[in-house]
Ligand binder design. Structure first.
Ligand code: V07
Length: 253
């Protein structure tokens, strides 16, 4: 076993001496699980956990910005989440507007660009309006890409891509022979974004749950028992530290 060696990222304000600023993962994706369980443990309604989860989102956006992560993809609402009680869905769909009302000025200041993946059109009007406004406001920012998966499901994404691809083949815009992984990737919601280097799931579950199936073919997975509302900078930096030791084991350079 090799001993871990500290890297002193002086002036970079990274609160973990074992992180090398030069090799942080470029794209981090997170399944923010455990909000309901966090609330239940406290005898609170599930929505109290979701509300607390919004604070954790802000903390992790700040931490990712500080570490120079380039893309942060957060699984905020899956296509399966429509099966939840209507009152919970309604509450969840108000969170984007609430979040942006508080944090959009700070995101602008930090040069963050907001993007989304998923079936945007099927979202409630008030959700779409708030998120579209934030996307428009931040479209020229060239810092961290904060990418929210909203009404996202990966199998649906792949089927949708295939349908569009077949339409383009029929219309002679694309030839079957030219189809390869790169061409196909451009038909996914994540077009133009690199694949995630690190995928974090909180709350002890160790499944992909229909998140970024195609995109995570080579992604490092990192799991923690910490519930999403308790997730913070320290845990995030631990994930990055562990990622760096993993890639150093087989990377060779
Ligand atoms: C949601 C809070 C985090 C825990 C997981 C579920 C609840 C932030 C957003 C958001 C989305 C788009 C946007 C700005 C903020 C959000 C939903 C749920 C649906 F442009 N948190 N959060 N959206 N939760």
């Amino acid at each position: 076993m090799s001993k871990k060696l500290p890297f002193f990222n002086k002036g970079k304000n990274i609160k973990n001496d074992f992180i090398r600023a030069e090799s942080v993962p470029k794209h981090v994706a997170i399944i923010m699980d455990g909000n309901g369980r966090w609330a239940k443990k406290r005898g609170l309604p599930r929505i109290a956990g979701h509300k607390e989860g919004v604070n954790a989102v802000n903390k992790i956006v700040r931490a990712a910005h500080k570490c120079n992560v380039q893309i942060l993809t957060l699984y905020a609402f899956s296509t399966e989440n429509w099966k939840r009680p209507a009152s919970e869905i309604e509450f969840l769909m108000k969170l984007p507007k609430e979040f942006l009302h508080i944090y959009l000025p700070e995101l602008m200041e930090n040069n963050v660009q907001i993007k989304t993946i998923g079936d945007f059109e099927a979202l409630p009007e008030y959700t779409k309006e708030a998120v579209q406004y934030a996307k428009d406001q931040t479209k020229n920012n060239d810092g961290l890409i904060l990418n929210f998966a909203l009404n996202y499901g990966s199998r649906y994404e792949i089927i949708k891509a295939i349908k569009q691809l077949m339409t383009d083949v029929n219309g002679s815009k694309v030839s079957i022979d030219s189809l390869d992984e790169k061409v196909f990737s451009e038909y996914l919601y994540t077009q133009g974004l690199s694949d995630p280097d690190l995928l974090i799931r909180t709350s002890g579950e160790m499944r992909l749950s229909n998140f970024l199936l195609w995109q995570s073919a080579y992604t490092e997975f990192w799991f923690t028992d910490v519930l999403w509302p308790d997730f913070n900078e320290e845990v995030f930096l631990q994930a990055i530290e562990d990622y760096q030791y993993r890639i150093r084991r087989y990377g060779g350079v």
